[in-house]
Design a protein around this ligand. Structure first.
Ligand SMILES: Nc1nc2c(ncn2[C@@H]2O[C@H](COP(=O)(O)OP(=O)(O)O[C@H]3O[C@H](CO)[C@@H](O)[C@H](O)[C@@H]3O)[C@@H](O)[C@H]2O)c(=O)[nH]1
Ligand SMILES: [Mg+2]
Length: 194
């Protein structure tokens, strides 16, 4: 066994849960040491790349992100695939179909799970489920933008795939789940680049 005597100390239990976890860890040389790691638990998440093969376009969102502002003010409007936190009893798929409607204004009935990823394994417990789905204008029911009653405000962007990939290269897109999904689409040839 690699770890034992695990002790959870709650540091904050407000919106989400921040714990300090103290534990004994056995190093390869056989020595046991008491270590401490702070872990932030805000549940798991789901994200989706909406793509249209005929038009060669994708749907992305742009929103203000306070944690980014804390790091680098000028980068605080973040271009991301549609995403949301998974509520207690919902599946990742239910979550993402709902988020697509709320954030982008499109209604889709199904999506393919293509990757799952720990978004920041040194600090977050979060595992994110990454989906892709095709869309066209018949799926559009409103302008999207997020739920004002939940204090969400997003801009919906429809970009050519080529431009989105260019924005990864230029650093205009800096969100990891978004980069993963755009590069997935490129590698798996869901879309073409000229
Ligand atoms: N009061 C309060 N509200 C919060 C807080 N954090 C988030 N919220 C609210 O919770 C909602 C979260 O919106 P979602 O669309 O469900 O999640 P998200 O912020 O897009 O998060 C997605 O991307 C994150 C970053 O990659 C992921 O961490 C997350 O799992 C998810 O996939 C927002 O309406 C916001 O108002 C907080 O600390 N305090
Ligand atoms: Mg969201």
């Amino acid at each position: 066994m690699k770890v034992k005597n695990i002790e959870h100390i709650t540091l904050s239990n407000a919106w989400a849960n921040l714990k300090r976890i103290d534990f004994d860890y056995k190093f390869k040389n056989g020595q046991w040491k008491r270590l401490s790691r702070e872990t932030y638990n805000r549940g798991n998440g789901a994200a989706i790349l909406l793509f249209n093969r005929q038009k060669q376009t994708v749907i992305l969102t742009k929103q203000f992100r306070m944690p980014i502002y804390e790091n680098s003010q000028e980068e605080s409007f973040s271009i991301e695939v549609c995403a949301g936190a998974i509520d207690n009893n919902d599946s990742a798929l239910e979550t993402i179909l709902r988020e697509v409607r709320e954030e982008t204004g499109y209604i889709i009935n199904t999506a393919n799970l293509v990757l799952s990823t720990y978004t920041s394994p040194g600090a977050l417990t979060e595992k994110m489920y990454l989906f892709v789905a095709s869309y066209d204008h018949t799926n559009k029911v409103n302008e999207g933008g997020g739920l004002l009653e939940e204090n969400e405000e997003l801009e919906v962007l429809e970009l050519s795939f080529e431009r989105a990939i260019e924005m990864v290269g230029s650093g205009e897109i800096r969100d990891a789940k978004t980069i993963l999904l755009l590069q997935y689409a490129q590698i798996k040839r869901l879309m073409h680049l000229s």
